[in-house]
Design a protein. Structure first.
Length: 447
């Protein structure tokens, strides 16, 4: 028997023309289904995890720490030297590799409304960054109000994150009080400033939206003191995620241009724990999904064992007319690979379709879950006054919507891996099928 004949025999095993479906034939469809069902969550996890990790890290790096950060130490001085910061911004802008730079003074305070209060990260900046810095224009959006009102320095306007607005029950046009501390005669005293909320903004990541209050730096200088705040020059570069040596070179250039007057930090130093956490979580999820695929591929082995037992007489007849052991084994290996390929052709496209529509699917599942939850709550309590809707993904820890990016190169790798696993799990039963003894088979059939 030739290589082509082995393939045709494998095809005959897969596509049985008999009207009666045997247990072995049914196991073929079961193995295909198992592989397909294992690949669907793998593709979904790859598509969602990549996009979500990239979305969260983009916001952490571009809005929180910047690509590079120069931190000036004004501790011991009465006020932060804003003139020095302005000069440093102009100097840094001319450094090779730097695309944008702006000053940011950060302190911790207490934000309060007439209804509630919570902790807040007060960020004092020039209002122009919301229209001049590409990261801010791209990642921030107005939930309520007009961001352009923040540029009007005649009014004491501030921007607040959506998370803080929800906690304090604030809307555009409401007043907000920000309480910070100041040191007077070696005593720590509170200092309160009142502002007007001109807009509620969101970057789509509530962990950050729940922290920030943006205040014009001109109004903030009397409330941010060197002992309780961090004065920084935020720097953006052309290739923050490129070769690490490129960012280090820009860092050295910035330090030389500013005369080493400040401590410089890269984004990977300031966000190391978050970035490693995201990466390890993604790898763990993918590893678990790959284990599921491995378990599904083991079904191919049991399927081939059943097929070889059902076709023992057929194999004996083929060997009696001169078919070699290797030819029979090769046919069953082809069967295993075909099962894996069929599972791939079903699972991969289905996974991509589900990934592209994941937001609608999650929303639909939430609606169904909440219908039954309301019903159960009403039966148990008699009313729905204190019922809270169930959210499958808490927006406080994830992005507001699930971003999707189909990683075709990674998917191609897992397609190859699935085919290799299909081949490996087919080897032992295929070799055993090829070693079936013709005489023993006919003797048992005669008996």
């Amino acid at each position: 028997m030739s290589f082509k004949a082995s393939f045709l025999y494998a095809k005959k095993i897969i596509i049985s023309r008999g009207t009666k479906k045997t247990t072995g034939t049914k196991s073929i469809f079961g193995a295909i289904l198992c592989i397909a069902l294992s690949l669907i969550p793998l593709v979904v996890v790859l598509s969602i995890s990549d996009a979500m990790v990239n979305g969260m890290t983009d916001r952490l790096i571009n809005l929180s720490s910047a690509h590079l950060q120069l931190q000036y130490d004004f501790i011991g001085e009465e006020n932060i030297n804003k003139e020095l910061l302005d000069v440093a911004v102009d100097v840094v802008k001319n450094v090779p590799g730097v695309t944008e730079s702006y000053e940011m003074i950060t302190t911790i305070g207490l934000a309060a409304s007439s209804k509630a209060r919570c902790g807040a990260t007060v960020k004092a900046c020039k209002p122009e960054i919301f229209k001049n810095v590409s990261s801010y224009t791209k990642l921030f959006s107005s939930v309520e109000g007009n961001i352009e009102d923040f540029y009007n320095l005649n009014n004491r306007n501030v921007l607040i994150g959506k998370g803080i607005a929800d906690k304090l029950q604030l809307k555009s046009g409401d007043n907000i009080r920000i309480i910070t501390t100041q040191k007077v005669n070696d005593k720590i005293l509170p200092k309160m400033n009142s502002f007007k909320v001109c807009a509620v903004i969101s970057c789509g990541y509530q962990e950050l939206d729940a922290l920030w209050v943006f205040v014009p730096v001109d109004y903030a200088l009397d409330m941010v003191k060197p002992d309780t705040s961090v004065a920084s020059i935020m720097i953006e570069t052309a290739e923050p995620f490129g070769k690490q040596g490129q960012l280090r070179q820009v860092q050295r250039n910035v330090e030389e241009a500013t005369g080493f007057m400040a401590n410089s930090y890269r984004w990977d130093e300031l966000n190391q724990s978050q970035y490693e956490n995201f990466a390890s979580t993604k790898m763990l999820l993918v590893f678990i999904m790959l284990l599921i695929v491995l378990v599904a591929c083991v079904n191919i082995s049991s399927c081939l064992v059943m097929l070889s037992l059902e076709r023992r007489k057929e194999i004996a007849i083929l060997k009696s007319v001169g078919t070699s052991n290797s030819t029979i084994s090769m046919a069953f290996i082809f069967v295993g690979i075909m099962i894996g390929l069929a599972g791939i052709l079903i699972g991969i496209p289905t996974g991509i379709i589900i990934s592209l529509n994941i937001n609608h699917i999650v929303w639909a599942i939430e609606q169904v879950v909440n219908i039954f939850a309301r019903l159960g709550y009403f039966i148990g309590n008699g009313n729905l006054n204190s019922f809270y809707e169930i959210h499958l993904m808490d927006e406080a820890y994830y992005l507001e919507s699930i971003p999707v990016h189909i990683p075709f190169i990674q998917i191609l790798f897992y397609i190859v891996a699935t085919l290799v696993l299909s081949l490996l799990t087919s080897l032992i039963p295929a070799i055993k099928a090829g070693k079936e003894k013709t005489i023993d088979t006919f003797r048992k059939a005669g008996a």
